[in-house]
Design a protein around this ligand. Sequence first.
Ligand code: SAM
Length: 321
Amino acid sequence: MITDAHGRTFRNLRVSLTAACNYACTYCVPDGKRLLPAKHELSGTELVRAVELLIRVAGIDKVRVTGGEPLLSPKIEEFFPAVMKLGLKDVSLTTNGQLLTRKADMLLDAGIRRINISLDTLDPTAFREIARSGDLSTVLAGIDRMAEAGVRVKINMVPLRSANFDQILPLLDYCLERGYELRFIELMKMGHLRAGNQFSRDFIGMDELLETIATRHEYARTDAPFDSTAVRFEIPGKGTFGIIANETEPFCATCTRLRLSSNGKLYGCLSNTKSHYLPPILALPDVEAEVELATLLSQALADKQPVRFQGEWTVMKFIGG
Ligand code: SAM
């Protein structure tokens, strides 16, 4: 196992199936940018080969399929069932849910057990303003379909002062009533948010979120796995929620995440533009590929921040959330 000076290893792999997305969320991409696939995206077969090698060499035991929008890519049909068969401890999917009903049978046939759906508001007008596309009722129908089939649902919300502050409690109640775990993601200073005042205008930190929640619910902090990105809370008798508090309580010290972009670049850290190009290794015979990959992984592990997320020009859609 490849370990750094802080005792960190790679255990969680996030695979971005495509950089293309059917949304253009205001905090993810700047105005007027179309969300296209990256140049030279890897095929489904190449991505599966990459995951197999990363399991063997890095000791990856959890994979999250993300994007861009993973359900937009035809590769999902090959990639997801194949990854489900690799004997991993956990495989999950992060999606905006717009195509979930259409892809539900395929995901269920492949054995999906967990899904994270991004949903920033229950207000249809605000939904269109934030995502600049899509339809709220279609997403809600997709979520229902997954839950009815027994899939464990988590909802991801990015609270934004100017766009969905009033949705913190409605979304929490929506989730508590249905047994879903809501994850508030503190806004991250990525891509175009590094410049201008959009980040400081919209950022809502954990303390303010908790103050807002306290107006309706009593809660207590509860356990989370050692390498979890979320701080978790229990509302007795009602359910749990989490906060991914990358600014308020950085989790770099215990980060075990590795990211593979859709064009074959490995990223050891979300807060570092350095990447390591994987495709030449995929074509090598197994033994050689494993030796070369071990070198690449040591370099990628050295890219991690020692303490806290610094922000980065990288856009989330390229390397997956
Ligand atoms: N399209 C899929 C989705 O919507 O879930 C997967 C990709 S998306 C980039 C993954 C997650 O990253 C979403 O929950 C999105 O809200 C979040 N995200 C994107 N940009 C962000 C930012 N600057 N700060 C915090 N979260 C962000």
